[in-house]
Each structure stands twice: as C-alpha cells, then as structure tokens.
Design a protein around this ligand. Sequence first.
Ligand code: SAH
Length: 400
Amino acid sequence: MSIASGDDINADDMTASLVAQIAADSPLSLARYIEIALSTASAGYYQSSDPFGQKGDFITAPEISGLFGEMCGLFLAHMFELGQTPEETASGHQKPAIIECGPGRGTLMADMRHVWEQLMPDLTACPVHLIETSPYLRTLQEQALPDAVIHWHDDLSALPAAPLYGIANEFFDALPVAHAICRTGIWRHRLVTATPALGFVEGKPLTDAELEMWRLDTNNSGPSQEGDDMATPLDGAIAESCALGEDIMRSLAAHIARFGGAILIIDYGKTDNRGDTVQAVAAHKPVDLFYQPGQADISHWVDFGALAACANAAGARLVGPVEQGSFLTQIGLKARAEQAAAHADPEMRRALLAAYDRLVSPAQMGSAFKVALLVPQGDGTPPGFVTHNAKTESSTRQDR
Ligand code: SAH
C-alpha cells in the first residue's frame, strides 16, 4: 500500500503502511518519511491536532508571550514605513499584502495586528495571506483573526502581485529534510527502510548535480590521499538538505525582488548543513524518530546559509541571521517588557519577566533561535541586525 499526502488513514495504521510501502517499493528518502509523518491527511502530525502550548508537544515564542508578536509587529511596521518611498506613495501602485508562513494557532498574526491597529492602521487593512496546509490549524487561525481578510494558500504559487510584509516563525524547521552520509569519502543518500522495524539504510552515491545542490564537494570519488584537504569529512559524517524550504525561499525572494517588502524568518538554526539535526518531540520530550510516526513533531535546524544562497540567486537579500536575543534586545524588548510590568500586578509582572528571559536568555531561546530578514537587494543594516563586528566596522569607518 502506498501513502499519498492527501490520504486519510488512521494514526495506528501509519507505521504498518510505511513498512508495507517500503517492502513493496524501496526505501524512502528521509524527507519523504517526514512528509508522510507530518502531512498525511488526518493521521499526519499537523493535520488534525493542536500541538502547541503547555499541554501540546512544544511551545513557540508567540505562545510564550504576546510581547514577541508585538515586537515583530513594530519591526514590520517600521520596515513598511521605510519601504514607502515618496515616489512609490505618489505613484500609488500596489497596495501591500501581509504574509505568514505556517501561522500555527494564528497567535503571532493576531498580536502583530493588535499593534498595527494602534500604530499603523494601513497595515491592518491589508489582506492577510496565510501559507498553511493543515485544515485543523486553518480553523484556529480563522477564530484568532476575526477581523482580517484572510486568503489561505497551500503553497506560494498564487501570491498577489504586491509588496509583501510578514513573517515565518518556526516554519522552515517543520519542512521535510533529507540526509546524506559520508562513507569512505563518498556521500550517499541516507534512506529509511523497514527490517521490519523502521530504521536508516545507506543508498546510492549522490550524483554531481545532487552534490552541487547539497553544497558538498563535487569530488565524490572516494577517500582522499594522505595529507589531502583538511575539509574531508569524517566517516559517518551527515549533511542535510531541505529542498522544499529552498524552493519556498526562492519563491519568496523572487517575489520580494520584484515587488518589494520585508519578511522576517525566525527559527532555530545555523549557517551550514553539516550534522544530523533532526529531532522528534512528543509531550515536550525527545522521542525516537521512528516511534509512532504522526504522533510526534519532527523538525530540524534550519540552514540559513542555504536560504541566503537561494535569496541571492533569486535577486533578493537575506540579512543576518543574528541571534534572537540580540535582535529582540536591539529593537527594544527590554523597555517594552519593563513598561508592561510597571502596570501589572505582581503575578503578571513575574510572568512578563519570565517570558522576557525565556525569549532572550542564551540558555533558553536567545542563542539557538536566529532571526533573518528577506528584503530586496541593497546595502545598509536594518535595526535589530547590527552585529558586534558590524559595530566595530562602522566605528572604524567613521574613525578614518
Ligand atoms: N508559526 C507558528 C507555528 C509553527 S509550527 C508559531 O510560531 O507558533 C509550523 C506551522 O507550519 C504549522 O502551522 C504547520 O501546519 C505549518 N506547515 C508545516 N508544513 C507546511 C507546509 N509544507 N506548507 C505550509 N504550512 C506548513
């Protein structure tokens, strides 16, 4: 039996179906396994349940505190203002649109719109385009955004011809990722098999085209000679590739390059594709990747280096990434949290300060989570994206 993403199967059947499918056909790519586990209708992880919050499997930043959405909303309002050059305003063309990729419960968009209502009503009036494949989460988003004009999309093929302002928080990490494994100097596909239990197996070597796509050394011809290139990967080294994430970034970037706008990309991540970063989590605890597919969240650390290369190739620019703690601090989260705490009762004050700490502290979300900004090509550093080196560079420039 083979499982299509639109199939309607019971959660208990998923492992048996996967095993049968692999036995009948061949091992699956890890990306296809993750796609089935997360997106198969009704049994897929995101399709019929609400995984967020204390009672769910994980908590995202917008679910920790409304402060997160407020700050992101303020930042985007500022980018919107900067984007409105006098010529553009005078030519009066193209009303912008708002976009969110993977809106979850809709909490982040509701918090951003709350800020816009007060400071930037023009943005509240813009249509909201939500990229969301889960029918169940779409119903929650509709409830969370009662006053918004919402257009839902399964993918990015029908975006409006307009500048886009928006956000993708913990979206790219949820997309299926594939693995390659290095054996005696040769990169091979790392696949999912059934023996009969689900597990990994090594497949064919990557072709030259695949090596290039994965940004791996195109010399896939076995172990290097003694004293050869230091960068030769160790036996068993793993590399990752998220083809869907790269496609989505290329579409967003082409759109931003053509029509303008600014999109925040926030996720746990790094700037390379080395190492096995795939994790499965259920009820806030790590579980085996192959334990009850469809019952656990499966995610990976986003490769911001790959996303930046896609943005560039499509004619746009990905600024950053910088650490979430640094970004939120630079755009004024501390002052906003203190201001809110000053008007709160003691219990609320404690909750606000705990949320602040959780969002910015390096031991919590502050370091692992990164923030990048997709904008049209150009230079200059937007607020929030100044790094220590950039500070030194600009002061050196002034000194000269
Ligand atoms: N941004 C939210 C939720 C993140 S969870 C928050 O911060 O709380 C990931 C979200 O992406 C969910 O809404 C999920 O249904 C959606 N999603 C996952 N894969 C998707 C895909 N291929 N296309 C569109 N949406 C997807």
